[in-house]
Write a protein that binds this ligand. Structure first.
Ligand code: UDP
Length: 197
C-alpha cells in the first residue's frame, strides 16, 4: 500500500474494504502479538502533535486509518490521495458482518453498563454466529482494571473492541497490549452507543 503523510502521521492509502481484508488476514495468521488498529480521527491527530507518547502509540500500531474527511482532503492537496475516510464505526460494522460469516470471537469493553449489555444483545440477534466471549462496561475504577485485563487475557478473543473514548482507548490498549491475548484490538469511540440505539 502507498502512504500519505498528514500532520506528521503516515496514513496508508486504504479503503474500508482493504482495511477489513488486512484484519481478516491478521486473524487467520495467528500472530503472537496483539495487532492494534487505530482509526485516527482529528482529535487524535491534534493531540499527537504535542503528545510524544501518543505519537509513539500511533507509530507502533499495526494499522492506522484516516478517520476524518479533513485528513482525506488534506491528503489530496498533497497529491497522495487517501481513497476514503475509514471510521471506527464502519470498521466495526464490517468486522461484525465478516465475523458472523467466519465465527470470530469478540470482547466488548466500554460504554455505560446499560449500553454495554444492550449492545451485546443487539449484536447477538443481528449476527448470531459472532461469538461474544465477554463484555465489561467502561466506567471502572483503576482498581478493577487488572481484573478486566486478566479476564480478556484468559478469554483470548479474536477482536477486542474498546469503546472508552479517544485517545483514552488507544492508551489503554497500548498499556495492556502484552496481556490482553487478543489478535486485534480497536478503539471505536461512541460506536457501541450508536449500535445499541
Ligand atoms: N466511555 C467509557 N468510559 C469512560 C468514558 C467514556 O466507557 O470513562 C465511553 C462512552 O460511554 C462512549 C464511548 O466511551 O460509549 C466514547 O465516548 P465519546 O463519544 O465521548 O468518545 P469519542 O467518540 O470522541 O472517541
Amino acid at each position: 500500500d502507498k502512504y500519505v503523510k498528514v500532520m506528521g502521521v503516515r496514513f496508508p492509502a486504504i479503503t474500508l474494504e482493504r482495511t477489513v481484508n488486512i484484519l481478516s488476514d491478521v486473524i487467520e495468521q495467528n500472530r503472537s502479538q496483539l495487532f492494534h488498529v487505530i482509526t485516527v480521527n482529528p482529535e487524535i491527530t491534534m493531540a499527537c502533535q504535542k503528545d510524544r507518547q501518543l505519537r509513539s502509540i500511533i507509530d507502533e500500531a499495526g494499522l492506522i486509518t484516516a478517520d476524518g474527511i479533513g485528513i482525506v482532503m488534506v491528503s489530496r492537496l498533497r497529491g497522495g490521495n487517501l481513497p476514503e475516510r475509514v471510521t471506527g464505526y464502519d470498521t466495526l460494522l464490517k468486522l461484525l458482518e465478516t465475523g458472523n460469516q467466519k465465527k470470530w470471537s469478540f470482547y466488548f469493553l466500554g460504554a455505560d453498563p446499560v449500553t454495554n449489555q444492550k449492545v451485546c444483545e443487539v449484536i447477538g440477534e443481528k449476527h448470531p454466529d459472532v461469538v461474544i466471549l465477554g463484555r465489561h462496561h467502561g466506567f471502572f475504577n483503576p482498581s478493577e482494571e487488572d481484573k478486566i485485563v486478566e479476564e480478556v487475557g484468559s478469554l483470548s478473543p479474536d477482536i477486542l473492541v474498546v469503546a472508552l473514548g479517544a485517545p483514552y482507548a488507544e492508551r489503554w490498549i497500548h498499556k495492556y497490549k502484552s496481556k490482553l491475548n487478543a489478535k486485534i484490538a480497536i478503539g471505536v469511540g461512541g460506536s457501541l452507543d450508536v449500535i445499541a440505539g
